[in-house]
Design a protein. Structure first.
Length: 177
């Protein structure tokens, strides 16, 4: 069990996302981001499976076959595209992704930057969030096509032009549409 290390990790991540969200005008989302990680359902799993270099949810999933912590988390946090899965009237599947509101896509991008920075430490580069997305992109059949397009485009801006350009674009263009 590593309660103090886990607490420091999730708090560092939360503060980082909050800072990014504030910079693009998402004050409420910045304040409320990932509060469920402090609930017993998520926090105790994080303490048990803490490694410091990746999400404890992956270790829980490897150990037990399912991550109850992740199921709890994605059901309470709208910045995860998995939250937006429902029965669909479109496409070839019964279940599919619904379009995410742009403010949650923006928070998701900030979450991905912050998670990459938290877990990679000094090895972080502005290309890492896009690399992570691209690694699993073909398996993400349940993300809405518009959400996938927006997420990839925003991560490409980050990768190609850096954080300051991404922040400017999100604040002045993406969230203004």
């Amino acid at each position: 069990m590593h309660p103090w290390l886990h607490f420091k990790t999730i708090t560092k991540h939360k503060w980082m996302v909050m800072n990014y969200c504030f910079r693009i005008g998402l004050y409420k989302q910045g304040l409320l981001h990932d509060l469920s990680k402090y609930s017993p359902t998520e926090f105790l799993v994080g303490c048990k499976y803490y490694q410091g270099t990746r999400s404890p949810n992956n270790a829980e999933r490897e150990d037990t076959g399912v991550s109850r912590s992740w199921l709890h988390h994605k059901g309470r946090n709208k910045h995860h595209f998995e939250h937006w899965v429902d029965y669909t009237l479109e496409g070839d599947t019964v279940i599919g992704g619904t379009r995410m509101p742009k403010k949650y896509v923006a928070e998701m991008v900030m979450d991905r930057i912050s998670a990459s920075r938290t877990y990679l430490g000094d090895a972080y580069t502005q290309e890492e969030p896009l690399k992570y997305f691209m690694k699993g992109k073909q398996k993400l059949w349940f993300i809405h096509k518009d959400t996938r397009r927006d997420l990839e485009a925003l991560l490409r801006i980050l990768s190609d032009y850096g954080e300051e350009t991404l922040i400017w674009y999100m604040k002045n263009r993406y969230l203004k549409r």
